[in-house]
Every structure is written in structure tokens, then in C-alpha cells.
Ligand binder design. Structure first.
Ligand SMILES: C[S@@+](CC[C@H](N)C(=O)[O-])C[C@H]1O[C@@H](n2cnc3c(N)ncnc32)[C@H](O)[C@@H]1O
Length: 393
């Protein structure tokens, strides 16, 4: 494998080669820098890769692979505008390259420039009608933009292509106003695996998400600075609940379906254990009990809450407390699947299930959970308690 020093010592030779009109030698040196760049990119040495690709471009400024890989390295460095610039230069050389078009579409999606994202992703499926991932992104963006008919067409295409058909069917039901009892397992894990890296930035900075903080505030108002022995964080995601409740619990345990979300939670080093498992299975099988259980912004992925209330008591110690949040539903429906692919629940439905499970209502509160299309999504925060004598069977 080439090392960096070898190439750095060759740069003056490259300039000389160019100056003296020796194109063959210059091409060799340019290729060396390109190869070095790709190795650095694979090793995630992104800044060093950018440097190597720039050197390669001195010699071959229109080389498509170099421009494309430079854009990848800049994307990894969170420099989207610069990355877009190099994708465009690559496209000028290879206007029908689906990889360039696809990556540029994803980059614009990440930047929130949905119009441009749609344009490039639509070009991908025009050139490659079987490009399932492009249909997936198109469907999601069109859903966000409220273009229901075109979003439906994209998810129908995914079903036809047999690409994650269960997830596509879930979104089709959501867009057609049909409520299902629960989302397919593959939907939640896939959604959050691909969302994990952007989750905290997008949710907290752009969407004003603050459920963990509001739940902790509600708990403090009733229990003061009481420190709990063991906290179970159901649907822990990247660990925002863990961070928020750190001073309120001695031991933190997290459960989530998404491996990539759990990686982020693990990196915080605040949980004593993290489990990649469906929360219903965890509650059903766990031998441990917890004096505080938190389900922040996760029941929105459960639909029918009967199975949840049937098992959550199993992990609550006698007198244990349960904090949860739900999105507010429509009157007359116990729960409904919204166009977003998330579920909303009616307060009397939820309170009825909790009462049937023997949980006492300590307090509840209606609040804005997060913003969507410039408006607050409203929901309810709940604080329940297991009876001191334990779970009624
Ligand atoms: C919107 S995030 C909220 C994460 C975290 N509770 C917070 O407040 O930041 C929802 C999380 O719940 C997880 N999740 C959804 N359904 C689940 C289930 N049935 N079992 C376990 N985790 C689930 C998702 O993978 C995702 O990480």
C-alpha cells in the first residue's frame, strides 16, 4: 500500500512533470494521489483524504472519480456546500451517473433542500427504474411535503420491487388514513438505523424536541430531588433520557430496537446495560424490576397500547413510577396512524388501559412535543404509579 510521504515527496515532481510537459509522469503521480485519497477515505481519515484528492485534481481537474470521492470525504466532514460543489463538477463530466445523482439527492435532503433533492432522485429513477432506495427517499420527502399521491406512488413502487415491502405498506396505510395495530418490526429498526447520526441535531435543534426534559421536570415537581435506584429507559434511542435523568437515578438500563441508536447511547457511557430488543419482549422476559420506568416518545411507534399496559407492570417494582409521552389523537378514535407513520392516542383510551393494569394516575399534562412544518405537535405527558403492594394479577 502507498503511504502519504511517498506521494508528498512526489508532488514537486508532478508539478515539474506538468511544467515540462510530461503528461505520462504527471498522470502517474495524479493516480498515486487519487489512490492515497481512497485509502484515507476508507480509513475515515477524511481531512487527509480531502487533501490527497485536491492534489490529484491539480493534475486531473476533471477526473470524475476524484471529484466524486472528494465530495464523499467532504460530506463525511459535514461540509455539505463544498460537497455539493464537487458533485456538480462530477456531474458536468458524467451527467447520467446514477451514483452521483443519488448522492447529490441525499445531500440536498440532508440540507433540507427538498426541491433539489427531489429533482436529482427523480433523475435516478428515470435512469434506473429499479433503484429502490431512491424511491424510498422520494416517498419520504414527498410525505414531508404533503404530496400524498406522489408519495403513495413511490411506496407502491417499493412494494412492487419487493424492497422492505412491510415498511412501505406501513407508510401506504399511514398515507391512506388506515390505522394498523402496530408498525412492522423492520420499519422501526430501519427508520432509526438510518436516522441515528442526525437524530439529536435534527430533533433538538430543528424540531424543538424536549420530551425527556419535560418528563424530568414533571417528576421533580412531584418527587423533588428523590434519587431512584434503577431506571429503565424504554426506546432509549441515543440516550437523551439517560442524560436528562442522570442525577435522578443511580443505575440506568436502556432498551431499543435500533442498533445504530444504541451505538450512540453506548458512546455516552452512562447506561450500565443496553439491550437491542423489542420493549414488549424485554418487559415480558425481564427478571429485574425498576423503581422508575420512562417511555419518552416511543409509544408513538406502538399503536395499540394494550400489549404495553399488559407487560409494563412486570418491570415496575411495588410503588414504582412510570413516565411516558404520547401524541394527541383525534376524538372518537382510541389510536390512529398519522401520515407521519407515527401513532397518536386518545387520553381516555390510555388512562382506561392504565387503570385496568392497576396503575394509579399521579399527574398528566398536555404540551407541545416537537414542531412539524412550523407547527407544534401536541401530546400528553403522563406520570403513573404502581401500587405499593405490587401488581394486581
Ligand atoms: C423518537 S425516538 C425517542 C428516543 C428517546 N426515548 C428520546 O426521547 O430521545 C424512538 C425510539 O424508540 C425506539 N423504538 C420504537 N419502537 C420500539 C420497540 N417496540 N421496542 C424498542 N424500541 C423501540 C426507536 O428505535 C427509537 O430509537
Amino acid at each position: 500500500m502507498n503511504n502519504g510521504l511517498e506521494h508528498e515527496s512526489q508532488l514537486p515532481a508532478a508539478e515539474q512533470a506538468l511544467a515540462w510537459g510530461d503528461p505520462e509522469q504527471a498522470a502517474q503521480v495524479g493516480l498515486g494521489w487519487y489512490n492515497l485519497g481512497t485509502v484515507r477515505l476508507q480509513c475515515r481519515e477524511n481531512a487527509a483524504a480531502v487533501e490527497a484528492f485536491h492534489q490529484a485534481l491539480v493534475i486531473a481537474p476533471r477526473d470524475v472519480d476524484t471529484l466524486y470521492n472528494l465530495a464523499l470525504a467532504l460530506t463525511a466532514l459535514e461540509k455539505p456546500a463544498a460537497a455539493a460543489h464537487y458533485y456538480h463538477r462530477a456531474l458536468a463530466e458524467a451527467p447520467r451517473d446514477p451514483d452521483i445523482l443519488y448522492n447529490l439527492g441525499l445531500l440536498y435532503r440532508k440540507m433540507g433542500r427538498y426541491g433539489e433533492a427531489l429533482r436529482y432522485l427523480a433523475r435516478v429513477v428515470e435512469l434506473e427504474p429499479g433503484h429502490a432506495p431512491a424511491y424510498g427517499h422520494l416517498g419520504t420527502i414527498l410525505t414531508k411535503l404533503d404530496d400524498r399521491p406522489r408519495a403513495i406512488a413511490c411506496f407502491e413502487k417499493l412494494v412492487e420491487l419487493g424492497h422492505k415491502p412491510e415498511s412501505a405498506r406501513h407508510m401506504l396505510a399511514a398515507l391512506r388514513g388506515e390505522t394498523t395495530a402496530a408498525p412492522p418490526g423492520e420499519y422501526v429498526a430501519a427508520l432509526f438505523d438510518q436516522y441515528a447520526d442526525r437524530f439529536e441535531g435534527e430533533l433538538m435543534e430543528q424540531l424543538g424536541y424536549r420530551v425527556p426534559f419535560l418528563l424530568a421536570e414533571m417528576l421533580r415537581e412531584v418527587r423533588g430531588e428523590k434519587v431512584f435506584r434503577r431506571l429503565l429507559d424504554l426506546g432509549c434511542g441515543t440516550g437523551l433520557v439517560g442524560e436528562t435523568f442522570l442525577s435522578l437515578a443511580t443505575d440506568l438500563v436502556g432498551v431499543d430496537l435500533s442498533g445504530r441508536m444504541l451505538d450512540q447511547a453506548r458512546a455516552k457511557k452512562i447506561y450500565s446495560s443496553l439491550h437491542q430488543e423489542d420493549l414488549l419482549d424485554f418487559c415480558r422476559d425481564s427478571l429485574a424490576d425498576f423503581d422508575l420506568v420512562v417511555a419518552a416518545d416511543v409509544l408513538i411507534y406502538l399503536g395499540d397500547l394494550q400489549p404495553f399496559f399488559q407487560v409494563v407492570g412486570r418491570v415496575l417494582a411495588p410503588g414504582g413510577e412510570l413516565l411516558l409521552s404520547v401524541e394527541e389523537g383525534r376524538e372518537g378514535a382510541d389510536f390512529l396512524l398519522r401520515e407521519s407513520g407515527r401513532y397518536a392516542h386518545a387520553p381516555d383510551y390510555l388512562e382506561g388501559l392504565a387503570a385496568a393494569a392497576g396503575l394509579g394516575l399521579v399527574t398528566r399534562r398536555r404540551t407541545g412535543l416537537r414542531r412539524e412544518r412550523e407547527e407544534w405537535i401536541y401530546g400528553w405527558l403522563y406520570f403513573f404509579q404502581q401500587p405499593e403492594q405490587g401488581r394486581p394479577d
